[in-house]
Design a protein around this ligand. Structure first.
Ligand code: ZN
Ligand code: FE
Ligand code: FE
Length: 295
């Protein structure tokens, strides 16, 4: 089954219910959200009433809650020794909050080593993740998904070998997995027009069963550019046909596919239109104009 959705908002007033309602507007059957602003630590307490209402809304609309995704805030950087303690504490709290919501998967950027070197960066991530899993071990239902990165700056995790090393170092293997991102993979140097070959490589190194989420984004830049600038579906260098082949690849059927493509003119969410194109498997070259005119 095609499980497709997008990044949606989450605010303190409507919480999970607001996120679900936004996903329904896009005709999505899954979604991803941050539990607060991704760039700061302000978080409001979870209200059970809103969560319960959200769960009912999901049932009515055939949204499988077990496939909903949270994205950890990107201020967490377990690689960076200056931010290490803060990152361990904040990730611990974030996992506790996500456990309260009942969400199963949390995407995490491995981090940036900021000059320490990849090896040291990986050691720090492993150490940090083991501390976090130790902190939450009695109650944790959340599986942390390491996202494959573009390799911008000193980012760790743009090579599958690096992701593998992190997973190898994590003691609690049942709580660690991977989130692919097509834009990041392209920018890191993997050929998105040969996705089956990529999956073979992934399977022999890490195992396909570790993939629990895929970010579907086109890229503004060419392969190996190490840039990380997302583009709307079909308007970038990966292209519509390659993205459709990835989305409908049987080996990753049922795995939630999440759009993180840019808002049109920074204002209008493209997701309803992109999801429609993906379901129809037909590219609309006038999509951007259509979105601007229907605003
Ligand atoms: Zn991400
Ligand atoms: Fe992503
Ligand atoms: Fe990105």
């Amino acid at each position: 089954m095609l499980v497709i959705g997008s990044h949606v908002g989450f605010n303190k007033k409507t919480q999970l219910l607001g996120s679900v309602e936004e996903a329904i507007k896009y005709k999505a059957n899954t979604f991803m959200f941050y539990t607060g602003a991704p760039q700061n630590t302000a978080r409001s307490p979870i209200e059970d009433g809103l969560t319960l209402e959200a769960l009912n809304k999901m049932k009515e609309n055939n949204i499988d809650f077990s496939k909903v995704i949270v994205h950890a805030p990107y201020i967490i950087n377990l690689c960076n020794e200056e931010k290490f303690e803060f990152s361990v504490n904040f990730l611990t709290e974030e996992i506790q909050r996500v456990n309260l919501l009942g969400v199963k998967y949390m995407v995490l950027h491995p981090g940036s080593h900021v000059g320490l070197g990849i090896e040291k960066g990986i050691d720090n991530i492993v150490k940090g993740l083991n501390m976090v899993f130790q902190n939450v071990k009695d109650t944790n239902q959340v599986i942390v998904l390491l996202e494959t990165m573009a390799g911008k700056g000193t980012e760790v995790g743009s090579k599958l070998e690096e992701i593998k090393k992190i997973i190898d170092g994590v003691e609690d293997k049942s709580h660690i997995g991977v989130c692919l991102d097509t834009c990041h993979l392209n920018d890191a140097g993997y050929s998105m027009d040969k996705f089956d070959e990529f999956l073979n490589e992934f399977d022999s190194l890490i195992g396909i069963n570790k993939i629990h989420c895929i970010h579907i984004n086109d890229s503004k830049n060419i392969k190996s550019s190490h840039k990380d600038r997302h583009e709307n579906i079909g308007f970038g260098t990966i292209g519509f046909d390659n993205l459709i082949k990835i989305i409908y690849n049987e080996r990753i059927d049922n795995i939630p596919k999440i759009l993180e493509t840019p808002y049109v003119e920074r204002e209008y969410p493209p997701y309803k239109y992109e999801i429609e194109m993906i379901r129809n498997k037909e590219f609309n070259p006038n999509l951007i104009d259509l979105i601007i005119n229907q605003k």
